[in-house]
Design a binder for this molecule. Sequence first.
Ligand code: PLP
Length: 390
Amino acid sequence: MNAFVPGRHVLQTPGPTNLPERVLRAMDRNAINHRGPEFGRLGLSVIGKLRPVFGTEGLVGIYPSSGTGAWEAAFANTLREGERILISRTGQFAHLWEEMARRFGLDVVALETDWRRGADPAAIGEMLAEDREHRIKAVCVVHSETSTSCLSDIGAVRAAIDAAAHPALLMVDAISSLGCIAYRHDAWRVDVTVAGSQKGLMTPPGLAFTAVSEKALAAARAGGARRSYWDWEPLVRANETGFFPYTPAINLLWALEAALEQLAEEGLDAVYARHQRYAEATRRAAAGWGLELQCQDPAAYAPGVTAIRVPEGHSADRLRAVILERFDMSLGNGLGRVEDRVFRIGHMGDLGVLQLTGALTGVEMGLAAAGIPRQPGGVLAAMRFLTQAS
Ligand code: PLP
């Protein structure tokens, strides 16, 4: 077998996503003194540029970690062992967040879903209304469940919490939604939002972000678990000075700054509209192939990723392996309960129309090569839609 593969590898996973040229260039330089003035300016610049993406004017923190670190910070800062949280089991990432809560010794109340829709605000509201002693301290929701490609309605969850007049903190995992769809940390009165660099924000993996409300900060100051590295107080100071108490991921922050500049240049509304177009085109391709979407609620279709089911008796992992070997494209795999049942097409971040149609072509060719029963015409349907919509 010839080891050389010509052309560019096609990275169509729902994170990490493709890195814009300017992001690659921005990182390609010597490090600087992270205690010097140039760094302070960089720190303040990226925090300031992240705020509109989060929809907040408040505290935005950055950790040199994957998104999981910011999950941990959310729990460590606000909750003590034995305290109760409510979490909606929307998919694999909600499951992993729940597992983390259990490792923290939290008392978890979980709302089941079939992994084919978003969190149910009415069910959350009912649980909270029944909790007259206010033992539930936090409601945790994954905004875009990357494993199922279902989006939860955070505004509706907030309304349900308000209707129950419940004081629980609202914690949202926006790891695969931030930068793909309008996010309103302040308007939805989210208390803790958690995100990461490697998806809609088009930056290499390695940075976690968090937006924290005054209420959550007050809860952290009054309680929470023992913590050191994950403590929010240094983030509060970083919002004032731009400096961090440890060596920050300097070159990744340059990358982030370039990515945020690109988002601002395209315009956030245009970025979000593009994600909706690509998601719709991908769904039309799936419909054209006669394949079922994992998400069964059209109101909950995720903007940045589409999970597609393979017919019974067929292997999504084999399909992905064939596509990787034959056409040099990486797709997302099925996780947890949907392992081998779905493949996921990432369409978030820095992506042009023809990159998307190219990726869909790779899937159509892969379906044929892997012998998966399908109808022809998926790519054509996507192309027709994109010709009119782009
Ligand atoms: N939550 C969601 C919704 C995700 O998509 C991911 C990663 O794919 C994570 C959490 C975990 O983030 P990380 O891998 O950056 O720790």
